[in-house]
Design a protein around this ligand. Sequence first.
Ligand code: GCO
Ligand code: MG
Length: 405
Amino acid sequence: MKISAIKVFVCNPGRNFVTVKVITDEGIYGIGDATLNGREMAVVTCLEEHIIPCLIGRDPHAIEDIWQYLYRGVYWRKGPVNMAAIAAIDMALWDIKGKAANLPVYQLLGGKSRTGVTLYAHASGSSIEDTLDKAEALQQQGFKAIRLQSAIPGLNVTYGVLGDKKDYFELQGNRPLPPEETWSTQKYFSMIEDLFKRGRQRLGNHIHLLHDVHSRLTPIEAARLGKLLEPYHLLFLEDAAIAENQASYEVIRQHTTVPLAIGETYNSIWECKDLIENQLIDYIRTAATHAGGITALRRITDFASIHNVKTAPHGAPDLSPVCFAAHMHINIWAPNFGIQEFVGFGNDKLNDVFSHNFSVSNGMATMTDAPGLGVDFDEEAAAKYPYKRSYLPVSRLEDGTAWHW
Ligand code: GCO
Ligand code: MG
């Protein structure tokens, strides 16, 4: 079998997605997700101009060699653009291998370690009351784990809070220039404990609660938050602070037993190596699309497992259902799987473009035994939803200082 062509598609069925299709001379093709929000076209150019010409005529079964060829073989390693491009090729090759073997990808990884994938859903409200109403509705749908986020009184906008928008696609789908939002640590601290205190009172002790700080705190502030939230026993606190300096998580760890999670923006194992090796985190949140595909995620997963770190792959709406499918296969296999983030695939346009074989019931995702990844991409449907330049918001402190994501 040989790779005969590779096509790249950019479409916007709600928000932008970059999808790769690797086609072989035997008619089997594979699909991969290369979406890098706010920098989509950079990945398209990387693929079309620099990567695809090197792959035509190669054996698609040589997944590891192609991965190393694209990673080690170039002078410029890592980086989000490069790794998203490698990731999409890698996912597509696993899809092809599964289809050729007539087996779902998880069988090629080692088979099932569990019957289904436990999900955590999002409750993001315009007030604590609104967040808890949403959380209660999710609990009634059967979700066993819920992320609580609430608007911060005194700030005009709080990142991720839907307001009058029906979903994240409507909230973030089309912003031709980056909106700017204001952050205040002081105001955040005046709300956050109440959210979890009232959350526990209303939702009970059996539900897993989570929270995402979106890296707005410094390590010592994150340590304070961890201590403050200890009585409400979170499953994890996510992105409590930036960890470009991985050792800075020692500050948080020294002060609190709140389980810590990080990694959704990481592009390689090297960005989480010290965090994992020194057991400074409890959950690693790397995504197949951004960390180099299934091959790379499998390696991070195994490395994490020997240091008591579980996986909790990123599952935001800026990852396509192809990435979600890749996670499903890894999650079903991984001995140290923790939990999968899930925001739902309720958007009709998205379902017009991508078809998939997973379903959700009682807070768990399961999938059929379709060969490969079990997802498909409709080129004609995608053509109806052209790319639109779009950005995430930029965060500033109240005095105008540019702040962390
Ligand atoms: C998450 C993420 C999202 C990101 C989004 C950016 O945990 O789901 O932090 O909230 O903000 O992926 O597009
Ligand atoms: Mg996050």
